[in-house]
Design a protein around this ligand. Structure first.
Ligand SMILES: N[C@@H](CCC(=O)N[C@@H](CS)C(=O)NCC(=O)O)C(=O)O
Length: 210
């Protein structure tokens, strides 16, 4: 069984989070471009990998993993030498899961709803994230004083939360509070972040030429 990670993605998609994570992990991976504009995500070959017809997805040691949060969590555990998750018996493990899930279940839908100017819910209590204001205030508190969401140590949770923060501010759907800006700047200085950006740009340029 191959140990290589096959990474299905498009350079201008949520797959960016996983691409960054793969660079943090440092394990060999093969980027398989799924061209969303050409609808390749809905073709049978790819639906056999992810029946949702969405990117990203990875295949590693014969197992398919989809959902950015799940993939980042999986990779941190599959490659412990990269030290991107607190040990299983550490109290920080609970905090780590907490913000991983908060990013996917609260930050992402709150930011996307704001980006799409979706009307406020008539019953905010029925929404997993409640309301945008509470979600953003909770996120700000979690990132204070930092420098990372678990405090002193960078982890996969920063890849996932930090990607949401960077994307939200870029789309003007997340208020550029100083805490968010400083956090995003700090993360973007990482060597793995720069590598993934450079590789992503090269892949995007190749797609334009093809
Ligand atoms: N919940 C998924 C969302 C994935 C997703 O929505 N991907 C978008 C790109 S950002 C996609 O593949 N869209 C193409 C489509 O739905 O046709 C995750 O976190 O991985």
């Amino acid at each position: 069984m191959s140990d290589e990670i096959v990474f299905y993605s498009s350079p201008m998609s949520r797959g960016r989070m996983v691409h960054w994570m793969l660079e943090e992990v440092g394990a060999p991976y093969r980027f398989e471009v799924v061209n969303l504009e050409r609808g390749e995500q809905k073709k049978p070959d790819y639906l056999a990998v992810n029946p949702m017809g969405k990117v990203p997805a990875i295949v590693h040691r014969g197992t398919v993993v989809t959902e950015c949060g799940a993939i980042c969590t999986y990779l941190a555990d599959a490659f412990p030498a990269a030290r991107l998750a607190p040990p299983l018996d550490s109290p920080a493990r609970g905090t780590y899961y907490r913000w991983m899930f908060f990013a996917g279940c609260c930050v992402e839908p709150a930011v996307i709803d704001r980006m799409l100017s979706r009307p406020a819910a008539s019953r905010p209590g029925a929404l997993g994230y409640g309301c945008y204001e509470d979600t953003v205030a909770t996120l700000e508190k979690a990132l204070t004083p930092g420098p990372y969401i678990l405090g002193a140590h960078f982890s996969a949770a920063d890849v996932y939360v930090g990607s949401q923060v960077g994307f939200g501010m870029m789309m003007k759907a997340l208020e550029p509070r100083p805490v968010f800006q400083e956090y995003a700047n700090r993360l973007q200085e990482r060597a793995a972040y720069r590598r993934f950006m450079e590789k992503g740009e090269q892949i995007a340029a190749g797609m334009k030429k093809a």
